[in-house]
Design a protein around this ligand. Sequence first.
Ligand code: SAM
Length: 234
Amino acid sequence: MWRASVLTIFPEMFPGPLRASLAGKALMAGAWSLEVVDIRSFATDKHRTVDDTPAGGGPGMVMKADVLGRAIDAAAADTRVRLLMSPRGTPLTQARVEALSVGPGVVLVCGRFEGVDERVIAARSLEEVSIGDYVLSGGEIAAMALIDACVRLLPGVMGAPASGAEESFADGLLEYPHYTRPQLWEGRPIPGVLTSGDHGKIAAWRRAEAERLTKERRADLWARRDDRVTKPAR
Ligand SMILES: C[S@@+](CC[C@H](N)C(=O)[O-])C[C@H]1O[C@@H](n2cnc3c(N)ncnc32)[C@H](O)[C@@H]1O
């Protein structure tokens, strides 16, 4: 079973939105498991302190290496990858999500305050992962996003197997536009090709639209596709 362990000072935030919809049903069905570890329970003082002032001065607080180290040791005594949610980490991609979803699961450390003491990152081999170029107030929502993206790829979780194969980022493209009934809405018809019944033409139209949208919206993705075409893997 795919296992997610989340280390946080806000355990009450979980499962949160992961209780609903696909991920929630899969959790109830035993397709994956969630262990939430309260970092604060590894503090040793009577105030259960998890943070302290930054060495060298400056604003905010830093999560303590000793407390976090003990929490990680208790939660992650196996082969799962240990990820620290962090805005300075490697950006999370669909390819990475796919790779994580076929493994045994993840151990996710949620930072708070200014972040975590650098020494625990090195000493516990934490890999920093970002969900985007913006700063959240904590790693919990980032951890939920990562778990949700992985869980929907687990066998049997998504409705139709093809829905994953054709969606955004598969084949380096954004997904083509979708339409459904009514045929005419506020004077806007569904593109005729989609109701033609000609599956070859429909596939060609969807491909062309996916390419157009990717070129228009994501020059970075399109450039990477160009690279793949002009420099095929040897
Ligand atoms: C307020 S942020 C710390 C930001 C840090 N001082 C910096 O400038 O990089 C607190 C925590 O939120 C989480 N976080 C914030 N933005 C994130 C992002 N884009 N991706 C993943 N985690 C994020 C991290 O766990 C981080 O330690």
